[in-house]
Design a protein around this ligand. Structure first.
Ligand code: SF4
Ligand code: SF4
Ligand code: FES
Length: 324
C-alpha cells in the first residue's frame, strides 16, 4: 500500500429476495486513494472482484440522484461521498440500500413508494386564469415571487430525504419530505389556483405527521431544506384553515403555553390538542404519566423573564405566513 492510498474495508449489504433467506454483509477490501468516491469503489468491486453486486447509478456527478444509498448509516450520494473521511471516522464503510423502500436486490430499491407520494401532491400547475401565461414570455412572475421557491428546483429526486425520514418509516402514508417540499413550491406559485385546496387536502394524515427532526435537511445533497419548507407549509395551513387538526392544535397550543408561562402545562396541551372529549380518551395514558411524574398535573408557574419570550416570538414571527 502506497502512502497515498488507504486500505478501505467495505461491508456491503447483499440480498437477493428471489434466492436468499435473509440479507448478509459481504466484506471487500481495496487499496484506494482517500479521494475515491464510494461509487467508484463499488464499481471497482463489481468490475474486479464480484460481478454479481447490484447497484444503481448514472451520472457519477451528483446530478441524476440515482446512486443514493446508506453509507455508514447516513443517506448519501455514493458518487460524492469520499472514502477517506468515512474510513477516518468509522474505520470501515458500511454500504446499505436506502430505507423506507423495498429492496429489489443488494443496493437497488424499488422507488415506487417515493414516486407514489410525489404523484399524490399533484406536482403540476393548476393555472390561475387571473395570472395567465403572457404570450411570448415564459412566466408572469416577479423575481421576488420566484425567489420564494428558489431551493426546491435544486431537487434531483434522489430520495435520500425519504430514506432518512422517521415519519415515513412510522407511517408509509406520510408524503415524505421531497413531496412536501415540492408541494410548497406549488403553494407559493402565484400562477397556481389551487393553493388553498392543496393546503387543506395535505393536512389529514399528512403534513402534521412530520416530527420536525430535520434529518431530511441533513440528508439532502442539494440543500433543498425540506424540513424548512414543511415548517412554512404548516404556518400557511394554519393561516388558511385555522388550527383544525390535532397537529396544528398541538403546534398552536405549544406556542401559547411557552409564550404565556415559558414552560409547558402538559395537561392543558393535551386538552388543547385533542379537545375535552379527546382528553377523556387520553385519560388512561395521562394517569400513568401523572403517577410517574406528579408535577405534570400542577399548573406551572411562569418562569422569570417570561415577558421577554413574547418579544422573541414577535421578533421571530411578526406575520403568519400566507400563500400567494
Ligand atoms: S423533519 Fe419531518 S419530513 Fe424531515 S425527516 Fe423529520 S419527520 Fe421527516
Ligand atoms: S429534497 Fe434533497 S434529498 Fe430529497 S429528493 Fe430532493 S435532492 Fe434528494
Ligand atoms: S450517479 Fe448520479 S447522482 Fe450519483
Amino acid at each position: 500500500m502506497s502512502e497515498s492510498t488507504v486500505a478501505a474495508a467495505f461491508d456491503v449489504y447483499r440480498y437477493d429476495p428471489a434466492h436468499d433467506a435473509k440479507p448478509r454483509y459481504q466484506r471487500y477490501t481495496l487499496n484506494l486513494s482517500p479521494h475515491t468516491p464510494v461509487l467508484t469503489a463499488l464499481l471497482r468491486i463489481r468490475a474486479e472482484v464480484d460481478p454479481s453486486l447490484a447497484l444503481r447509478y448514472s451520472c457519477r456527478s451528483a446530478i441524476c440522484g440515482s446512486c443514493a444509498m446508506q453509507i455508514n448509516s447516513k443517506s448519501r450520494l455514493a458518487c460524492e461521498t469520499h472514502i477517506g473521511p468515512e474510513m477516518a471516522r468509522h474505520g470501515r464503510i458500511v454500504v446499505e440500500p436506502m430505507r423506507n423502500q423495498p429492496v429489489l436486490r443488494d443496493l437497488v430499491v424499488d422507488q415506487a413508494p417515493f414516486w407514489r407520494q410525489y404523484d399524490r401532491i399533484e406536482p403540476h400547475l393548476r393555472l390561475d386564469p387571473a395570472h395567465p401565461m403572457p404570450e411570448g414570455r415564459p412566466t408572469p412572475m416577479t423575481p421576488e415571487e420566484v425567489d420564494r421557491f428558489k431551493e426546491t428546483p435544486r431537487c434531483i429526486a434522489c430520495a435520500a430525504c425519504f430514506s432518512a425520514c422517521p415519519a415515513v418509516e412510522a407511517d408509509p402514508e406520510f408524503p415524505g419530505p421531497m413531496a412536501l417540499a415540492k408541494l410548497y413550491r406549488f403553494v407559493v406559485d402565484p400562477r397556481d389556483r389551487a393553493h388553498q385546496d392543496r393546503l387543506v387536502r395535505i393536512q389529514p394524515n399528512g403534513l402534521w405527521l412530520c416530527l420536525r427532526c430535520h434529518l431530511c435537511t441533513e440528508a439532502c445533497p442539494k440543500d433543498v431544506r425540506p424540513s424548512e419548507r414543511i415548517r412554512d407549509l404548516k404556518e400557511m395551513a394554519i393561516a388558511v384553515q385555522g388550527a383544525t387538526e390535532n397537529g396544528s392544535r398541538h403546534a398552536v397550543g405549544f406556542k401559547e403555553n411557552i409564550s404565556e408561562r415559558g414552560v409547558l402545562n402538559e395537561m392543558r396541551l393535551v386538552r388543547q390538542t385533542y379537545g375535552t372529549v379527546g382528553l377523556v380518551g387520553q385519560l388512561g395514558q395521562g394517569l400513568k404519566i401523572v403517577r410517574k411524574k406528579p408535577e405534570v398535573a400542577r399548573k406551572p408557574h411562569p418562569i422569570e423573564g417570561v415577558d421577554e419570550l413574547e418579544k422573541i416570538y414577535a421578533a421571530l414571527d411578526p406575520e403568519p405566513k400566507e400563500g400567494p
